[in-house]
Design a protein around this ligand. Sequence first.
Ligand SMILES: CCC[C@@H](CC(=O)O)C(=O)C(=O)O
Ligand SMILES: [Zn+2]
Length: 351
Amino acid sequence: MATSEPKQQPWREEQLRKYTFKTDQIPRLPCSDSKVDELISLGQPVVITDTKLATPALKWTLDYLQEHLGDGDYSTYESDSHIFRYFDEKKLQSHKGYSPPMKRIEVKFPEFVQRVRNYEPGDKKLYLQQQLNDTVGKQIVVDFLQFNWPWISTYQRKNNWGQLTSNLLLIGMEGNVTPCHYDEQENLYAQVGGYKRVILFPPSQFSCLYPYPVHHPHDRQCQVDFENPDYERFPNFRNAHGYEAVLGPEDVLYLPMYWFHHFESLLDGGLTTSITFWYKSAPTTDITYPLKPQQKMAMMRNIEKMITEALNDPEEVRSFGPKSDSDSWVRFLAVVLVGPFMKDMVLGRYT
Ligand SMILES: CCC[C@@H](CC(=O)O)C(=O)C(=O)O
Ligand SMILES: [Zn+2]
């Protein structure tokens, strides 16, 4: 009997960036496997195959999209490096001195195509991140309506998720990195074109990942530079342990709310196309103790917001450095409540 040839891996190890932490594999299961339902209901990540979730989008090449997307403006980030760290433009107001490392521009799709195709080393890198809305051409609407909505609605219903809030079309250049961060919504992430590596960390590793303070423009984004970790400021990063997978066309990743994630388009892998399906989370019904790590993260966010609003002066909250000699609440809280909850909230983030 012919032995089944091990499936030829369509990418090479050297296409993955090298980091200091160890990782295990994210489970990869066919949608027919009942374990998929179990993992999603437990809020555990899983790569799901054979869903046909966004099959019509497999034909969304640059030429096809250029022909059918219409002449709307497309939100695109340009960066001097391969790093595309999200920033909240509304929070830039209270951080006058801070200039984010990338810029959001609005481009017509043909301009995006032209810049990507004529890219030369040294040019700014581009990452199109556009919400699919009613400005798209009718062929794209036809494709969109043919997504496997019955399948995805099953999970929305089974897990009591709220409404579908948005579908983001992501078109990235090879090597682009969306650095580690968390989101506050459930995400079924459809990989459509090219190969993307995803590295996840559970909410329980909050203390290893040091997200920016809530009022900072990089709220929810990790401060640790994975390519050059500062172990002085972020000693606990040594204990980070990730879960990873390389997503290919038709793979769907269930990315649970509050799970930290890093995405990279493979080196020398060409363009990547992905579509996110973000859902509001299920309402919290019964609070059981001990609290889940994601509930503690939500609590920390509320405390940080409360303190910042109460003090009404981000300077007082920003850091304990010698310059802020004010007897700030955060200093008081961090000294008085040195339990793990406050330590995780404060150390390496406000210190
Ligand atoms: C703007 C969204 C980017 C995406 C990661 C990536 O594909 O680069 C992500 O972080 C998510 O789907 O949550
Ligand atoms: Zn995200």
